[in-house]
Design a protein around this ligand. Structure first.
Ligand code: E4P
Length: 215
């Protein structure tokens, strides 16, 4: 399973990219707004840091508007993937965009039937939201697992991005469920690195090293 970073913060992206563990980036209107910067300028800066799929989301609600926005955004850089919300109009847009060779990431997926429809319309990626589903006492990992099972059974090539990740355990469970990708917030990436026994171990090695004579 690959890891994408779920942020529009270029400092976070730069830091994570330096670890060599990130193969793409996902953004959404909330993450873009948080940075208080120009949308195009932000996305283009991200494309310079990470050489992989960079998701940027449209905000139109009608298919025609989505396609128009998507064509403009996609023209900025070949690595850009257009995030389209999972709606009736969204599916029409995905069909049109896939016909024109534009890669799409269908977002806000909360059921296997939505994922199946998105895939049939030509989506490159689907993004089931684990955390937001768990927030309403639903099983987000079971959702990912069901989608992966269906796609595998029917040889559907659309890739599954486990999104709305809140904890390192979400990442591990998404990997066990067979997700192709997990898109993780920077804070979760930091948590994945840390383990108290690692810190204690380093401390002990350093203390013992002081006892070595004639280093
Ligand atoms: C996915 O692509 C979304 O940007 C993101 O994972 C949503 O996460 P949230 O539920 O923490 O906002």
């Amino acid at each position: 399973m690959k890891l994408f970073l779920d942020t529009a913060n270029v400092n976070e992206i730069r830091e994570a990219a330096a670890l060599g563990v990130i193969s793409g980036v996902t953004t959404n209107p909330t993450l873009i707004a948080k940075e208080g910067r120009d949308f195009k300028e932000t996305i283009l800066e991200i494309t310079k840091i990470v050489d992989g799929p960079i998701s940027a989301e449209v905000v139109s609600l009608d298919a025609e508007g989505m396609v128009k926005e998507a064509m403009e955004i996609a023209s900025w850089h070949p690595n850009i993937v257009i995030k389209i919300p999972m709606t009736w109009e969204g599916l029409k847009a995905v069909k049109e965009l896939s016909k024109n060779g534009v890669k799409t990431n269908v977002t806000l997926i909360f059921s296997p039937s939505q994922a199946l429809l998105a895939a049939q319309a030509g989506a490159t990626y689907v993004s089931p939201f684990i955390g937001r589903f768990t927030d309403i006492s639903q099983d987000g990992i079971a959702l990912v697992s069901d989608i992966v099972d269906i796609f595998t059974l029917h040889d559907i090539k659309t890739k599954v991005i486990a999104a709305s990740i809140r904890t390192p355990m979400d990442v591990v469970n998404a990997a066990k469920a067979g997700a192709d990708i997990a898109t993780v917030p920077y804070k979760v990436l930091e948590q994945m690195v840390k383990h108290p026994l690692t810190d204690i171990g380093i401390q002990r090695f350093l203390e013992d090293w002081k006892k070595v004579p004639n280093k």
